[in-house]
Write a protein that binds this ligand. Structure first.
Ligand code: TEU
Ligand code: CA
Length: 563
């Protein structure tokens, strides 16, 4: 069994290929670009790469709308390039996790094209088709990126279901033929030698029979259908079947992306004796700072409670994934740290400390390791993300001021994470593409690449990069980080997150992070005394000579002590 649990002590790096590295100067990141940067990843020390979709796609949602599951997107390269990537990764003992997008396909997938042709088409029931109800759509569920979940098709006079955009029709998982096709495709990739899957919105695949109407959501028209398609009635049955027919026959890692999944669902998905998945991405902590487009300041106590519950309750019952960032989230240093010149590096290291000493498998999103920040493009024309574009349109229609709209976009747009990777300070594109001024990258680079870039980070021993490198190395050296138990101190403190990792043999680490730019002191003489008598300073984002009180924190100070 333990040989199959390698992902317990692994660190994952997520690549969003379109924005990673462009090897042929057309302004779009590609597979050969990834191959060129494998030694960089090796140097960072990660074990696994999760690759966002590289499959053939019309790119309405940047590859999360797949037209052909076994063809590589032309802009990214060829299947030969992919095979070479896999070989080069194996050579370096790096594992490759593919994105598996099977809640929906593109509307240009041959299955959907067939499905549209007629009610008797053999592919009709690959998707969710419904007749109108008294001249209206089957219900008023709002779709994830705006508009209705149903689109009418004039040829057969029926509606099809899409929980995302109209170009992403949902597959009908009640149909065993659909499931078999998906399993076949998964085996095809696994037989090639890939090491697992990150499963896109996998807890959306089962819909409640009859598509019941949801509660009004307050925009005057749409309703909330999510109780009927998130964590739906048969989802665990399907995943157990997928496990039985595919997953268990390979030594792989699986992570389910699960918006709206809480502790109970996490346990159901990841408890080893249920034979489903290895871990899930929860969104609980991502939803603590207000709604998507109307962000609020984070109350640190809520974040501490979240981690405490998950760390303690999943112990021995399941497994956590640990993340601050991905291609859908704003940059963490801008979000819960401080991206000013004075505090950017300090706060990026603080956030890394907080996350990387927890129990679970950590995920690093490209650019996080050099402290890349959010971007502020002056107008909508520079944005590419379909969610952002749709929000802008709907918000304007609903009468929101442009100022408020842009404030929401600056804080939360997914494009914050999707600007090109900042490899160097070289003009004009920061080393992302070597195309000259006649080439524009598919999305503009963050203008701060002149200061924040990989070349700079590698030349600076105090950089965020080397701090991440050390955290990764520590996880490799110290089993307490992988397997230790967790407890929290001073849970009501609003600025400091201080917790311990420990085992029954008396091994103990205490980790502390000041989430604020204020110097803060915790009055706890007993704890202070224990900290003074520590065995070893494991890591810190400040120099720690002549420290008199470990509970007296400077702005964004973080440290870990072995007790
Ligand atoms: O994201 C699922 C998801 O829940 C997102 O809608 C998320 O809430 C939103 O992006 C936050 O702004 C997955 C993929 O990660 C995302 O890129 C895709 O667009 C989406 O599924 C549809 O495939
Ligand atoms: Ca390219």
């Amino acid at each position: 069994k333990s040989q199959r649990d390698w992902w317990h002590h692994s660190v994952v790096y997520q690549i969003y290929p379109r924005s990673f590295f462009d090897s042929n100067d057309d302004g779009i990141g590609d597979i050969n670009g990834i191959i060129k940067k494998l030694d960089y990843l090796k140097r960072l020390g990660i074990d696994i790469v999760w690759l966002s979709p590289v499959y053939d796609s019309p790119n309405h949602d940047n590859g999360y709308d797949i037209r052909d599951y076994t063809k590589i997107m032309t802009e990214f390269g060829t299947m030969e390039d992919f095979d070479l990537l896999l070989r080069e990764m194996k050579k370096r003992e790096l594992k490759l996790v593919m994105d598996l997008v099977v809640n929906h396909t593109s509307d240009e997938h041959p299955w959907f094209i067939e499905s549209k042709k007629g009610k008797d088409n053999p592919y009709r029931h690959f998707y969710h088709w419904q007749p109108s109800k008294d001249g209206h759509p089957p219900n008023k569920w709002g779709a994830c990126f705006g508009g209705l979940c149903w689109t009418y098709d004039g040829l057969t006079c029926e509606y099809y279901l899409h929980t995302f955009t109209e170009k992403q029709p949902d597959l009908n998982w009640t149909n065993p033929l659909v499931r078999e096709e998906i399993y076949k495709m998964m085996r095809w990739w696994l037989d090639k030698g890939v090491d697992g899957f990150r499963m896109d919105v996998i807890n959306f695949i089962s819909k409640t029979d009859g598509y019941p109407e949801g509660a009004p959501i307050g925009d005057g028209y749409h309703t909330n259908g999510s109780p009927y398609f998130i964590n739906g009635p048969h989802v665990h049955e399907y995943i157990q079947e997928m496990n039985e027919k595919v997953l268990r026959h390979y030594n792989i890692v699986t992570v389910g992306e699960c918006p709206g999944a809480h502790l109970r669902e996490a346990e159901l998905f990841t408890s080893p004796d249920r034979n489903e998945l290895d871990m899930i991405f929860t969104f609980e902590h991502m939803n603590l700072d207000g709604s998507k487009w109307a962000p609020k300041l984070l109350d640190l106590r809520l974040l501490k409670d979240h981690f405490t519950v998950w760390q303690q309750q999943l112990y021995g019952r399941g497994w956590n994934s640990l993340y601050w960032n991905n291609h859908d989230q704003p940059r963490i240093v801008s979000r819960w740290g401080n991206d000013s010149a004075q505090y950017r590096v300090l706060s990026a290291k603080m956030l890394a400390t907080c996350l990387h000493f927890l129990r679970g498998t950590p995920y690093i999103y490209q650019g996080e390791e050099i402290g890349m920040t959010n971007v502020r493009f002056p107008t909508l024309t520079d944005y590419r993300d379909i969610e952002t574009i749709n929000f802008h349109r709907d918000a304007l229609e609903s009468g929101l001021t442009l100022e408020k709209i842009m404030a929401g976009i600056y804080a939360k747009s997914r494009d914050n994470a999707r600007t090109p990777m900042q490899w160097s300070g070289n003009l004009p594109h920061g080393g992302f593409t070597n195309g000259q001024t006649d080439i524009t990258p598919w999305i503009k680079i963050n203008p701060n690449y002149t200061d924040i870039n990989v070349e700079q980070a590698l030349n600076d021993p105090q950089s965020t990069f080397y701090y991440y490198q050390k955290l990764i190395e520590l996880r490799r050296q110290m089993t307490i980080i992988v397997h230790g138990k967790y407890d929290i101190f001073h849970k009501d403190n609003q600025h400091i997150f201080i917790y311990k990792r420990y085992n029954d043999e008396g091994h103990e680490l205490i980790i502390a992070c000041n989430f604020s730019m204020e110097p803060t002191k915790i009055a706890d003489s007993q704890l202070s005394e224990r900290l003074k008598n520590h065995k070893r300073l494991v890591i810190s984002n400040y120099e720690q000579d002549n420290k008199s009180d470990w509970l007296d924190f400077r702005p964004y100070e973080a440290w870990a002590l072995e007790i």
